[in-house]
Design a binder for this molecule. Sequence first.
Ligand code: HEM
Length: 158
Amino acid sequence: MSDLQPPERLIPIVPTAGSMPSQPGGPGIPPLPQRSFWEHLGGRPTFERLVRRFYDGVQTDPIIWPMYPADDLEGAIQRLTGFLEQYWGGPTTYSQERGHPRLRMRHQPFTITPAARDRWLVHMRDAVDSLELSALDDTTLWDYLERAAHAMVNSSEA
Ligand code: HEM
């Protein structure tokens, strides 16, 4: 996965006028505004809660915690939060500060085995659970995280 941008960043929460030709008002009326998934989930506070909970778990993990910068945990929290916010249609602060995500490239310095990926996913699963999202929102978020984690594996060695 060279580019982890979603195919469609704006989730139509309600059908737009343009997609409903029979809608009263007829053709030509402006489409209703669409909300991003980021906004739909509650914006910054939700994403920060997710990532802080994730890192609470990562810090207890003997397999993956040694890869992380213990002296810059807050920085790591901000980077992952910013990335996920941007991915889901929130502010683009991440790319303004860090440039193009190029996540696979940025993970090259770390040996990410299938076992490491699975530990990452355990902590992310716990973090997603803590948000208590609707089943649909949970699936939307989780499917992406799971696919992205599989794409980050760069070593088959244990
Ligand atoms: C599969 C297991 C994974 C492992 C073991 C792993 C490990 C790491 C480590 C050790 C860092 C450095 C921490 C820092 O200084 O920010 C990092 C950074 C990062 N990771 Fe992962 N990661 C994994 C998967 C993912 C996935 C699936 C995503 C996205 C959905 C992701 C997004 C990021 C981002 C955005 C950064 C900061 C990049 C930067 O701007 O420098 N990681 N990861």
